[in-house]
Each structure stands twice: as structure tokens, then as C-alpha cells.
Design a protein around this ligand. Structure first.
Ligand code: NCD
Length: 308
């Protein structure tokens, strides 16, 4: 695998990955699932290695699941917290990265508002870096755990019809999933108001301004939060947005019986999804969270060159 797409130097993007490469990672995630289910979640593959998480944006699921994944593999974990570190005294990203490397880091997991930050950390330190979410563009491990979740539920992503609904334009989750779902054989429809959709549809991807006509056609409804911290403007009143694009009990009644509901979290109950749907029988939301651990175990092993 090459530097751009591959894992030799970490995992910065899924862009450019081939279908077998993606499938190989998902299969490794499945092996980690089996291991956890078999009661052998603690191992020693990464004993003596130091995994450092450096999240310059808030996170619950992503950071904690990486840290738990690293511990399950026997690694030491360092957590860099910008708010309580010298970043708050004006220390630059480069100085911070070089400092953390000097403390013995073997690999970084980086989340940043700047799309380029994880790549820069890799360039400055020469260490493998895994993106934990960068700008509006990259969240490769979220897309992998989503594919793992669908593979476990349906047997395969191939042939699934998936509607991604809401703030597509500002969502790195949507962006990364658009790099993998179509390649794995899924057919995607992006649903939202004009201001939250891309200006032009990616190749092979459909776009729809109305949600209701799409409901009965899809196997997966993937809801997204409005990324207000990224300046998202729905162009609608809050009530109108919920009325047209919110997933509630009435809308789920229009889905096929086997259709599932996904969301990367954090959810805003009562905005893009109601609590009864998020907690209901179609929801895979907590399974997505749970699959974050085995998927990230697999990514850490690949990034550090350990065979699975
Ligand atoms: C997302 C993120 O931070 O990109 N969450 C996640 O990692 N599960 C989505 C979001 O913030 O809405």
C-alpha cells in the first residue's frame, strides 16, 4: 500500500484504497471481534509500544475506543489533552508533536480541526499517524467501523442501499464513508437541504432534497448531526429542518422491516433523530460504538506493522 492510502505510515485517509485493501481491514476487524467475543480481549502484541492520543477537538467515542484498543493489545497509552497542556500557553503543533515523540511515542492518533494536521505530525516526527478525525474531510476509522458494523449485521456491505441524511457538506464521517461505501459495493443517496449537500454529487452517488420518497427504498438510514461548530447553516428554521429531515417514529414506519438506522454520535435527540428511534430496535448506534474497539485494534496492529 502506498503512502497516501496505505497503513505503513499509519492511516490518514481511505482515499485511493482498493476494495481488497478495505476488505482486508474489515476482515481484520472481524478477527478482533472474534477474539473479544472469545473472551481473550487482552493480548500482548503491542507490549512495549506507546500509543499517544492527541485530540485537539472534543471526542468521547473515538479517543476512548482507540485507548481501549491499545490497552487490549498490551500497549502503553499516553493521552495528550490540549486544554490542560502547554498548547494553552501557545506551544505550536510541531513543538507539541516533537515533544510527544521525544517522550517515547511509537504511534499517534490525532484529531484536529485542520485537515492537514495528522499528515503534518507524521512528516515532522516520522512516526505512523492514524487520523482520529481531521477537518471536514477525514475520519477513516469511523468509516471502517461503520463498514464492520454493516458487515456483521447484513453479512456484507455489497449491494446495500444507504441513505446518508443531514449535514453532508460539513461531515467528515460522510466524506470518509463516501471513500469506502461505494467501493465496497453500496449504493448511496445523500439527503438534505441544498445548503448541506455537496454542490455536485460524487460519481455514482445520488442526491435528494426530500427524505420521505427515499425511505422505502433503502436498507440503511445513516443520520448525521448538524455541524454548527463548523458553521453549518441549514437555510431552514429549526422546526422546518426537523419536519423535513428529522428521523422520528412516523418516518421509520415508512422504512422496510429490515432497514437499520445508524449515526456516528454524538446524537442531538429531537433534532436529526428522536430518542425512541435512537433507542429503538432498528438502531445500530451502540453497536457502531462497540465495533470501534475491535476495528481500531486492527488499525493499530496494521499501522505498527504487526501481522494479524
Ligand atoms: C463525529 C466526529 O467527531 O467527526 N463523531 C465521531 O467521531 N463518532 C461526528 C460528529 O462530531 O458529529
Amino acid at each position: 500500500m502506498g503512502r497516501e492510502s496505505g497503513l505503513r505510515n499509519g492511516l490518514l485517509t481511505l482515499s485511493g484504497m482498493t476494495r481488497p485493501e478495505l476488505q482486508g481491514l474489515i476482515d481484520s476487524g472481524l478477527k478482533m471481534v472474534e477474539r473479544i467475543q472469545g473472551g481473550h480481549r487482552h493480548g500482548s502484541e503491542l507490549e512495549g509500544r506507546v500509543v499517544t492520543t492527541a485530540f485537539f477537538e472534543p471526542s468521547t467515542r473515538t479517543r476512548l475506543s482507540f485507548e481501549q484498543a491499545a490497552r487490549f493489545l498490551g500497549a502503553d497509552v499516553m493521552t495528550f489533552n490540549p486544554a490542560s497542556s502547554s498548547t494553552s500557553k501557545g506551544e505550536s503543533l510541531q513543538d507539541t508533536a516533537e515533544t510527544l515523540a521525544a517522550l517515547g511515542t511509537d504511534t499517534f492518533v490525532v484529531r484536529h480541526t485542520d485537515e492537514e494536521a495528522p499528515r503534518q505530525v507524521a512528516d515532522w516526527t516520522g512516526l505512523p499517524v492514524i487520523s482520529g478525525g481531521a477537518g471536514r474531510r477525514e475520519h477513516p476509522t469511523q468509516a471502517l467501523l461503520d463498514a464492520l458494523t454493516l458487515t456483521r449485521h447484513f453479512g456484507s456491505v455489497d449491494g446495500l442501499k444507504i441513505a446518508m441524511v443531514g449535514d453532508i457538506r460539513n461531515s467528515r464521517v460522510a466524506a470518509s464513508n463516501l471513500m469506502s461505501f461505494p467501493k465496497l459495493g453500496a449504493r448511496i443517496t445523500l439527503v438534505g437541504p441544498r445548503s448541506l449537500l455537496p454542490e455536485t454529487a460524487p460519481e455514482g452517488v445520488k442526491m435528494a432534497r426530500e427524505f420521505d420518497p427515499v425511505l422505502g427504498e433503502v436498507d440503511v438510514v445513516y443520520m448525521l448531526r448538524i455541524q454548527r461548530e463548523r458553521g453549518a447553516d441549514t437555510g431552514l428554521s429549526d422546526e422546518e429542518y426537523v419536519r423535513r429531515y428529522g428521523l422520528d417514529g412516523a418516518r421509520t414506519a415508512g422504512l422496510k422491516p429490515e432497514t437499520v438506522v445508524m449515526h456516528p454520535g454524538p446524537i442531538n435527540r429531537g433534532v436529526e433523530i428522536t430518542g425512541d428511534v435512537a433507542d429503538g430496535p432498528r438502531s445500530l448506534i451502540l453497536r457502531q460504538v462497540a465495533n470501534g474497539v475491535p476495528m481500531r485494534m486492527a488499525v493499530l496492529l496494521h499501522a505498527l506493522g504487526v501481522d494479524i
